[in-house]
Design a protein around this ligand. Structure first.
Ligand code: ADP
Length: 498
């Protein structure tokens, strides 16, 4: 092993990962470990913050051990994280005061409903760029303050820290010295004003959140502090942080207006860089901060689709139709089409562009001739249809046409899915050599802060395509298939609404 590396900590929804990258952006060693999901009530999802921290430390040590990389060779640590998930901890002891409420948790849906009825929706959208939804951290913070005995008093006295997972990890990594977050994570809280790029007093008052519980918002690429020597064996700068989707945008070298990527994991997230000014959406997308280096801010439009790869997981674990997610590809290839079957995976409602919390999953068009392969194929096709919906919404909002789509995430290994995506979008889909773009983006942000990389140009040269999928479906077939999808979505809409 020669030369210094950057250590990226990728704290995801179901697992913690640690990856060491070299100057060419190659992943030298990877360690990954899952942690427990807690579902205390229907629709509620929690994580144990202490377990997240311990798992993250364990994989960081494991990644170095596997590559026989001494701590002294780690030039910096970068962090990327599941977004919106939030917790409270004790400022003095560093002990969690709550569990973490996970982004998927619906416990504040009623609170959001009340805020809507009281007429706050437009103001919140204008200030934060977000749809008023339980997805974001602000109402989760308010919920903790209301329901955790003694927490509000502790918060008033300045003894409690609130933070998203980036904030929690940075606090622990710097031995309790830095209570900070970055703009990409802050922009998912519903407490952060996109225009002033500060916590917003009106929103803090509306949700009764004392300002002193919130972290300081610092640039995504900056040295926040150093790890104590006993953590990995050397004092290492903690030098970058960004939410997972914004990190992926950066890792895909999407640095300027019009650059876009779509990530296919549990859900799918299309992000389109829109430049130095926030672009409002009239098509159900979110306006959000993009990660950047330097003084000027960067913004993005985001299409957040809640369930894509998770539908394949459900075929595997729920229906037991397949053994492995990857098997979906060979099954789909055994049939020429779905035989008219559509699968709308609205398991937790629909996110962008519909924002229908009452939609529920549906499989439509079943006949006696329907087979397992048809249903599996329909689940994969649904991923592509949902992505087309957000691509078109983004194009209308941003007034651009994307010539091609860069993709990443676990499900892009599925060649059938990638080809169908190119066909249904009618443009090329480009799969990069490194699909670990989330971790790579975090590494880039940290490395740039300590001079490991000289600038964006050097990083841009690391990006390379592994495969291009060219569209080859006739227009008539494409539009007929997509029209069927749109009809299917209307059948799933509003299903759970009493
Ligand atoms: P996350 O970071 O959201 O946990 P990943 O990027 O690791 O997700 O991707 C995992 C998701 O991708 C899972 O939902 C899995 O079902 C899906 N997936 C992985 N491989 C394939 C495949 N070959 N075909 C279809 N889906 C896949």
């Amino acid at each position: 092993m020669s030369g210094p590396v950057i250590l990226a900590l990728d704290q995801g929804t179901t697992s913690c990962r640690a990856i060491c990258f070299d100057r060419q952006g190659r992943a030298l060693t990877v360690a990954q470990q899952e942690f427990a999901q807690h579902y205390p009530r229907p629709g509620w999802v929690e994580h144990d913050p202490q377990e997240i921290w311990e798992t993250q430390v364990a994989v960081a040590r494991e990644a170095l051990r596997r590559g026989a990389i001494p701590a002294a060779s780690v030039a910096a640590i970068g962090i990327t994280n599941q977004r919106e998930t939030v917790l409270f901890w004790d400022r003095r002891t560093g002990q969690p005061l709550t569990r973490a409420i996970v982004w998927q948790c619906r416990r504040t849906a009623e609170m959001c409903e009340r805020l809507k009825v009281a007429g706050h929706e437009a103001a919140i959208r204008g200030k934060t760029g977000l749809v008023l939804d339980a997805y974001f951290s602000g109402t989760k913070v308010a919920w903790f303050l209301e329901h955790t005995p003694g927490l509000r008093e502790k918060a008033r006295r300045g003894e409690a820290c609130a933070g998203t997972i980036d904030s929690w990890l940075i606090f622990k990594l710097t031995g309790g010295k830095a209570h900070v977050t970055d703009p990409t994570n802050a922009s998912r809280t519903m407490l952060f004003n996109l225009h002033t790029r500060r916590w917003d007093d009106d929103l803090l008052a509306l949700l009764e959140v004392p300002r002193q519980v919130l972290p300081e918002v610092r640039p995504s690429s900056q040295v926040y502090g150093r790890t104590p020597r006993d953590f990995l064996g050397a004092e290492i700068p903690v030098a970058g942080a960004a939410g997972d989707q914004q990190a992926a945008l950066f890792g895909q070298a999407c640095f300027g207006p019009g650059h876009a990527k779509n990530t296919y994991g549990t859900g799918s997230f299309l992000l389109v860089h829109t430049g130095e000014k926030p672009a409002p959406s009239s098509r159900g997308l979110l306006t959000t901060m993009a990660a950047t280096v330097g003084e000027s801010p960067a913004y993005a439009l985001e299409g957040s689709i809640f369930i894509t790869g998770a539908a394949i997981q459900w075929l595997r674990d729920g229906l037991k139709l397949i053994e492995e997610s990857a098997d979906s590809e060979s099954y789909a290839a055994t049939v020429p089409d779905t035989g008219g079957v559509y699968f709308v995976p609205a398991f937790v409602g629909l996110g962008a562009p519909h924002w229908d919390p009452y939609a529920r999953g549906a499989i439509l068009g079943l006949t006696r001739g329907t087979t397992r392969a048809h249903i599996i194929r329909a689940a994969l096709e649904a991923i592509a249809y949902q992505s087309r919906e957000v691509v078109e919404a983004a194009e209308e909002d941003a007034g651009i046409r994307m010539a091609e789509l860069k993709v990443d995430g676990g499900a892009v290994r599925n060649n059938f899915l990638m080809q169908f995506q190119a066909d249904i979008l009618d443009r090329p889909v480009i799969r990069p050599r490194v699909t670990e773009t989330t971790a790579l983006g975090a590494a880039y942000l940290a490395g740039l802060a300590v001079g490991y990389w000289a600038g964006l140009e050097e990083i841009g040269q690391n990006w390379g395509a592994e495969r291009r999928f060219e569209p080859r479906m006739a227009a008539e077939e494409r539009e007929a298939l997509y029209a069927g999808w749109r009809r299917a979505v209307t059948r799933a809409a509003g299903w759970a609404n009493p």
